[in-house]
Design a protein around this ligand. Sequence first.
Ligand SMILES: Cc1ncc(COP(=O)(O)O)c(C=O)c1O
Length: 482
Amino acid sequence: MGAIGVGMHGCGSWKTHSTMAAEGNQMVGNPRWKRYVSRVRPRRIDASGPPRRKGSLCMPRPPLLSMATITTPAADPWFQDRFAERIGGANYGKGNEIYKFELIKRAKRKALADHPERRMLDFGIGENDEMAPESVRAVMRREVDRPENRGYADNGIAAYKEAVARFMQREFGVTLDPVTEVNHCIGSKTAYAMLPAAFINPGDVTLMTVPGYPVAGTATRWFGGVVHRLPLLPEHDFFPDLDGIPADVLARTKLLVLCYPNSPTGKTATRAFYEKVVDWAHRHRVIVVQDAAHIMLSYDDEPLSFLSIDGAKEVGVEVHSMSKGFHMIGWRLGWVCGHEKIVRAFADVKDNCDSGQFMAIQKAGAAALDDAGIPKRVREKYRRRLEKLVGVLRAVGFDCEMPGGTYFLYTRSPKGAGDRAFATAQDASQFLIHDLSISTVPWDDCGAYLRFSATYEAEDESAEDDLMAEAHARLSRARLKF
Ligand SMILES: Cc1ncc(COP(=O)(O)O)c(C=O)c1O
């Protein structure tokens, strides 16, 4: 049947490289970004300060799948009633909902068709715009030819785990036993799909922050568990309100999934917040899974590992990724580290799901981890780009600040443009694509927000500046209202 899969990349960003490549650069002779940049230093917010808020649900449950399917009419295959309920049962593939990433894709296609002369300024991409560094690719080229790397890697090679342990010590002062407290994964996404299998029985609860990366929640439901959503709101400094969780929910809770630096809000954790989490997790016997995918992209302070907090290793694990901080997004490599028994349970589940990442990739990953200069350079690149972006957006009326971390800028969506009003961030995002050829990702989960990503393609700083100048010119013309 004619199904169009609607996928999710980089916390939901749709791939758009081909459209970027197809367009010419129309931005010549524009003023430079620096003109618009005011003071955009990151703000440090303490977790102990914000007001508490009762209640937790701020929007309806998402669909069962984090992917949607759009169909063209066709006869059902004989096995239509054989699909599992978790993906829609006999109705699988029959929905006609259009999810936000498909809407973005369609709008971009139309804008390009209507305005072929106008370059799409793509702030919707959630993937690094660079290849892995040459030094890492050189290790890969060498290792790919070595016969000893040819086989199943199972739960990982010692060289990679040892490099992880050195990295955790060097960057965060965290001491790990590479044999028992570290296990690799084929990208951290897979770890979120697997970890609930180690803990969730039917009826058990996983706490998930919203907006956020949904994979552990989807897996929880697939194992018969329940997701309780913890909204990340500005009035609570984008921290979850752990004290507001209803007692009956807490009694059934086994997992708390956190993500810091937070995608998409850009909020970084504080020591005070993590200390509170460790204490809370001990008291309520909840296992913490901290998603550190963006950890090396921390701007307002040195990168902070959850495991550097006293007692954290007793309550959970941190999941790391080579994708964002090392430009290794397609290499599919990460690791789970922390409490030895949780790591072992993860490894047992993983052993039943895959046979490990190609050893040559693990060896290249180990070389990347041992080079402290790589994540520093990646961080400085996205810091520079985000500072430029904040300057431009503030100049056209957005009330935004430099994010604490990630390569995303999450900011309140405009309420209108000229005479037009936007009911949702989705409306604003569609307007920006159709009328200005500026692509962003809307988030309407907890208020109307737009996510601008600093991972757009620009070959050097001068091209970045041209792109910023063009974004400023187009957004200024739109007369945005907030
Ligand atoms: C917040 C967050 N966590 C985890 C992941 C998964 O990353 P990977 O599977 O590339 O390690 C992503 C990917 O976009 C993400 O945005």
